[in-house]
Design a protein. Structure first.
Length: 249
């Protein structure tokens, strides 16, 4: 089953990135594939079986989403109430007191996840309808902090980025080989760039198409001016979605 391939790949990625060192200004590194593995596994088991026409790829976990519960763009309410996911969540090896892990008890909302899953819920209604042709993954599984500030992987020194990107590239190739999509859509410019570099000719599959949508982060002024409408227009322009709400075949 496809989900088993994704589960094995996630375990291998988790072990690979756990072995990597990161120096200042990074003060804390969280790996939700470790302490929130039970929930991540349930996500893969429930929604990762079979071929997918479109795979969305995000950058890395947000501090109030996947960092809390192990689900990509894992805004708590969306993951619990729409995706129907639950499970125990442990603690990172070294806890950042400014960014505690509270699991499903986290009261903060991950705005990016709220917007992303909110769009899919509004368009497809049931998660099974969305996941019939789509899947959502993150390129990098680690969360980096500089004190209380979130650091994205692209801000790391190149000497630290190289082995991290190499491990993430291997994982993404395995995901794409398993799901056999027609489209890989980066959520934001960096994710599209990483997906294109990792998958361009690397999978042995011809015809793989790439695109991107605006990242839903509230740090983006454009995303705060009607993100769902902007992302929908981008997907329609690419030919991934149709205007009437049905997906393109």
């Amino acid at each position: 089953m496809t989900a088993h391939l994704l589960i094995d790949a996630a375990r291998e990625l988790s072990a690979a990135v756990d072995a990597l060192p990161f120096a200042a200004p990074v003060t804390h590194v969280y790996n939700p594939l470790d302490y929130a593995w039970a929930v991540h596994r349930r996500y893969l088991e429930r929604y990762g079986n079979g071929r997918r026409r479109v795979v969305f790829v995000g950058m890395n976990p947000g501090p109030f989403g996947m960092a809390q519960i192990g689900v990509p763009f894992g805004e708590i309410a969306s993951a619990r109430d729409w995706l129907g996911l639950e499970g125990p969540v442990g603690q990172p090896r070294v806890v950042n007191p400014k960014r505690p892990v509270e699991g499903f008890a986290c009261a903060r909302s991950e705005v990016s996840g709220q917007r992303l899953w909110g769009l899919f819920r509004a368009r497809y209604g049931a998660p099974e309808a969305f996941f019939a042709e789509h899947f959502v993954a993150n390129y990098c599984p680690l969360v980096f902090f500089e004190g209380g500030r979130n650091l994205t992987p692209d801000k790391l020194p190149m000497a630290e980025q190289r082995p991290l990107l190499a491990a993430c590239d291997v994982h993404l190739r395995t995901v794409i080989e398993a799901l056999e999509p027609e489209w890989v859509i980066g959520i934001g410019n960096w994710a599209e760039k990483r997906a294109t570099e990792a998958l361009g000719g690397a999978t042995g599959r011809s015809g793989l198409k790439f695109g991107r949508i605006l990242h839903p982060s509230p740090a983006s002024p454009a995303a705060n001016r009607g993100w769902a409408e902007a992302a929908t227009k981008q997907l329609m322009a690419l030919g991934v979605w149709r205007s009437e709400g049905a997906v393109a075949g």
